[in-house]
Design a protein around this ligand. Structure first.
Ligand code: ZN
Length: 348
């Protein structure tokens, strides 16, 4: 065990920057990482304001943060693909490698997965962490720490794009222009979509998504989305709709946005069960896919960022020093419409 400085969620609505004892021995197959940048995720903010997400309840103080990049400072026995000094980002979920889900390649849905900043597992808003080397990924020189810390949320977009099975030239729709919706739109374009219609009520969010070539922002307070899609596709409908708002209302009419044989990808999580038009979905033989975090997406996400084809830098709204991380969280609670991603940096 070692004592390190961390941002600790003591209980609902109470954050503290304080020392905490964490296990930091580097075992076989593990690396020790000095944390550089951590992004604030909606889930971190939700634990702060509500003390729980669904079945995960904060019953003891917990370090927040799971979107991280840093530098390898110690390498455990048997680790060959990383060395001290490597700049890296990390997958926050550690599955049981021998579980049935892991053996089937679906390690993200292993019921035994241990995920940073999901009670009772500590997160990484702390100076150091020990992590399995297989879930630690080297950043090419062209990828900054700030971008490295964006790989985690972008991997969700990558997983959604992969589940959609996009064909080159597809027209996609993204419902909800929050951070994840925007990441999904960028991943869908990288995956071959000719255009991605992004729909939301909040104009500042649409303006940010609209900076990306191929994104067509539509303010659904001013325009009828199904009419716009019909106009753009000669009445045929979209090939894919990514539902990223989690709104029950979005599900009421989602089937009307799609072409026959199209796909719905559920990314946003409605808080309770929702009504869904099964008949229209069946008549169109719609395919419905779901997404839970990601599996096998980090290398692909990093490759896209390094290639220059995906630029996530415009989504980083503001960077805070670690000593100001409580202010950073209070800013995230404000949910300013023009804030996409807030990041915290150690020794800014
Ligand atoms: Zn996240």
């Amino acid at each position: 065990m070692a004592i390190v400085r961390a941002l600790v969620l003591e209980r609902q609505n109470e954050l503290a920057i304080r020392d905490i004892e964490l296990p930091l021995e580097t075992g076989p197959g593990q690396v020790r990482i000095r944390i550089h940048t951590v992004g604030i995720c909606g889930s971190d903010v939700h634990y702060y304001t509500h003390g729980r997400i669904g079945p995960f309840v904060l019953n003891a103080p917990m370090v927040l943060g799971h979107e991280a990049a840093g530098t390898v400072i110690e390498v455990g026995e048997g680790v060959t693909h990383l060395k001290v000094g490597d700049r890296v980002c990390m997958e926050p979920g550690i599955p049981d490698a021998n579980s049935r889900a892991s053996r089937l390649g679906m390690y993200n849905i292993d019921p035994a997965v241990s995920f940073w900043a999901t009670p009772p597992v500590h997160g990484v808003l702390t100076s150091q962490v020990v992590h399995p080397a297989v879930f630690t990924f080297k950043l090419p020189d062209a990828v900054s720490f700030a971008e490295g810390a964006m790989v985690e949320p972008f991997a969700v977009g990558m997983q959604a794009a992969a589940k959609a099975r996009i064909a080159p030239g597809d027209t996609a729709v993204v419902l909800g222009a929050g951070p994840i919706g925007t990441m999904v739109a960028i991943a869908a374009l990288a995956g071959g979509c000719a255009r991605v219609i992004v729909a939301d009520f909040a104009q500042p969010k649409l303006d940010i998504a609209g900076q990306y070539q191929g994104v067509l922002p539509i303010n659904i307070q001013k325009k009828c989305l199904s009419k716009e899609i019909a106009q753009l596709t000669d009445g045929w409908g979209a090939d894919v709709v990514f539902e990223c708002s989690g709104s029950p209302k979005a599900w009421e009419t989602i089937t009307y946005l799609l072409r026959p044989g199209g796909a719905i990808v559920a990314v946003g999580l409605p808080v309770s069960p929702i009504a869904f038009d099964v008949s229209t979905a069946s008549i169109k033989e719609l395919r419905i896919e779901t997404v839970f975090r990601y599996a096998h997406q980090y290398e692909r996400a990093i490759a896209l960022i390094a290639s220059g084809r995906v630029d996530l830098k415009p989504l980083i709204s503001e960077t805070f020093d670690f000593k100001d991380s409580i202010q950073a969280f209070d800013r995230a609670v404000e949910a300013r419409p023009a804030d996409v991603k807030l990041q915290i940096v150690f020794d800014l």
